[in-house]
Design a protein around this ligand. Structure first.
Ligand code: EPZ
Length: 421
C-alpha cells in the first residue's frame, strides 16, 4: 500500500486546476441506466470512486469508455443484469443509487445494501421510503434490497424528514420515468443536485426547482442520450484553499464555481487570510502570523459543508486562540482528531463538538488516514508542519482527489507517494 510523505513548513505558491466533482460524477454516471442512447460526460475526475462505479455499470451491461482524458462515454442500450452485487456496492456507498434508475427502466432491481462506514451508520431508509412512495414494492433479503414496480413507478408527494443529498438524488433518478408528477419537499439543495437535474433535463426530463427545497418532476416516457460537463468540485477547491490558508503562501484555484463555496470564503477571511474571488477563480493569500480562531458549524447546503470540516479544523489547530467545530451531519466524523493530536494539535471532542485550542505549530509524525476528507486534513496539516509527515492508507485519498501530490507539487509542496513498508 502507498503512503504520502510530506516535508512540511514551506508555503505554497502557484496555481491549481480544480477537477469535476466526485460527488456529482458518480451520480451522473448512473443516468446511463435511464436511456438506451449514449451518455458522454466531460470534465470527469479520474478517481478510484469513478472507477468503482464504472466497474458496477459494466457488470450491469453498460459499455464504459474511460480513456486517459476527462471524457467518459457510457452506453447501456440493453442491461445484461439488474442485480448490483455486494462486492461491487460495498466499495462505494453511492453505487446504491443505481437501484432507482434500474427500477424505473426495468421495473425490477436487486441491489446490495451498502452497510455502514467510518463516518457513521449512514442508513438508506429514506431512499427506500421514497421509492416505496413511488409505488415500488421493497423486500429485504440476505443483505439485498429486492424492488419491483409492476407497470412502472407512479409520481407521488415525498416529504423528507431532514435534508438528505443521496435520497433526494435517488428520488429524482427514479421519478424522471414515473407516470405523472412527483413533488419532493425538504429536498437537499447541493450544487451536485442541480448538476444532476440539469443533465437529466438535457436528456428530456422535466425537473423544476432543483437547488430549492421543493422540486417538481413531471415523469416522461423515455430519455435521450446527452453530453454533459460535470460541475467543478467544491470540496476539492475548498481543500486546496484551506491548504494555502494553513501552510501559508499564495495559491490561485482555477475552474471553480466560487458561488458554491459561499459559506467558506468569509470564514477563511475572518481567520486572517486574503480571499480574492471572481466567478471561476479564487486567490488565497496568507503571510506570517497565526490565524485568528473562528467557530464553524457544519450544515446542509448552502451551510458549511461537512466534507470540509476536517480541513477547516486543521487550519484552526494553528489559530491564536480557541475555536469550536460542530459536526451536525454525521455522528462520527471526528476521527482525524487523534491523528492531528499526534502532530501536536490540542483538541477535545465531546459528542458532536470539538474544542480546538490553537497551538504554535504542527510537528511532522506518522499518521493514518481514516476516511477521504480526514486524509485531506492530514495532508494540509503535514504541509504546515515542521519536519516529515507520513500518511498511510492513501487509498482513501485516491477515492476523491485526482493527483493530489501532483497538484500540490506544482505549488512547491515537498510531497511524494512512496510504497509503505
Ligand atoms: C453525500 O452523502 C456525500 N456523498 C457525502 O460526501 C457528504 O458528506 C454528504 O452528502 C453530506 O453533504 C456523496 O455524494 C457520494 P446524506 P449522503 O444522505 O448522500 C442520514 C465524501 O467524503 N441519512 O445527505 O450519504 C445520514 O446518515 C462523502 O465525499 C439517513 O438517516 O449524505 C446522515 O447523517 C462523505 N437515512 C444524514 O442523513 C437515509 O436514508 C445526511 O446524509 C439517508 C441519510
Amino acid at each position: 500500500m502507498d503512503k504520502i510523505v510530506i516535508e512540511g513548513g514551506f508555503p505554497l505558491n502557484g496555481e491549481i486546476r480544480i477537477s469535476g466533482a466526485k460527488n456529482s460524477a458518480i451520480k451522473l454516471m448512473a443516468v446511463c441506466l435511464l436511456t438506451d442512447e449514449p451518455v458522454t460526460l466531460t470534465n470527469m475526475p479520474r478517481l478510484r470512486d469513478t472507477r468503482s462505479m464504472a466497474g458496477l455499470l459494466r457488470h450491469l451491461g453498460v459499455e464504459v469508455d474511460a480513456g486517459e482524458s476527462d471524457v467518459m462515454r457510457l452506453h447501456g442500450p440493453k442491461l445484461s443484469s439488474t442485480t448490483a452485487p455486494y462486492d461491487l456496492v460495498r466499495k462505494m456507498r453511492a453505487s446504491f443509487n443505481v437501484l432507482g434508475p434500474i427500477l424505473a427502466r426495468h421495473h425490477a432491481a436487486k441491489v446490495s445494501l451498502p452497510g455502514g462506514c467510518a463516518i457513521g451508520a449512514r442508513p438508506v431508509d429514506l431512499h427506500l421510503k421514497a421509492l416505496e412512495s413511488l409505488g415500488a414494492k421493497i423486500e429485504l433479503e440476505e443483505g439485498y434490497v429486492i424492488a419491483s414496480a409492476k407497470g412502472g413507478l407512479v409520481g407521488a408527494e415525498i416529504t423528507f424528514p431532514f435534508v438528505t443529498v443521496g435520497a433526494t438524488e435517488h428520488a429524482m433518478l427514479a421519478a424522471v420515468l414515473a407516470k405523472g408528477e412527483t413533488v419532493l419537499y425538504n429536498a437537499a439543495r447541493e450544487p451536485e443536485i442541480v448538476d444532476l437535474a440539469n443533465c437529466l433535463n438535457a436528456m428530456g426530463a422535466k425537473i423544476s426547482g432543483a437547488g430549492r427545497s421543493e422540486v417538481r418532476i413531471e415523469g416522461v416516457k423515455s430519455l435521450s442520450g446527452v453530453e454533459h460537463s460535470v460541475v467543478p468540485d467544491r470540496i476539492e477547491a475548498g481543500t486546496y484553499a484551506l491548504a494555502a490558508a494553513t501552510a501559508g503562501g499564495s495559491v490561485r484555484l482555477r475552474n471553480i464555481r466560487s458561488d458554491h463555496l459561499g459559506a467558506l470564503w468569509p470564514l477563511i477571511a475572518q481567520a486572517g487570510a486574503k480571499v480574492s474571488l471572481d466567478e471561476t477563480t479564487v486567490l488565497i493569500e496568507r503571510g506570517g502570523g497565526r490565524p485568528k480562531p473562528v467557530d464553524v458549524d457544519t450544515m446542509a447546503y448552502p451551510g458549511f459543508p461537512t466534507d470540509l470540516q476536517a480541513q477547516f479544523m486543521a487550519f484552526m489547530c494553528l489559530a491564536d486562540g480557541v475555536s469550536i467545530v460542530r459536526e451536525n451531519i454525521f455522528e462520527n466524523r471526528f476521527m482525524h482528531c487523534p491523528e492531528l493530536a499526534r502532530m501536536g494539535a490540542d483538541i477535545t471532542v465531546t459528542g458532536r463538538e470539538a474544542i480546538v485550542r490553537g497551538v504554535k505549530e504542527f510537528r511532522g509524525a506518522p499518521v493514518m488516514a481514516t476516511d477521504l476528507r480526514a486524509s485531506a486534513c492530514l495532508i494540509n496539516a503535514g504541509l504546515a508542519a515542521r519536519g516529515e509527515t507520513h500518511i498511510s492508507r492513501v487509498y482513501h485519498l485516491d477515492r476523491g482527489f485526482e493527483q493530489i501530490e501532483v497538484k500540490l507539487g506544482q505549488c512547491g509542496a515537498r510531497i511524494s507517494r512512496q510504497a509503505d513498508d
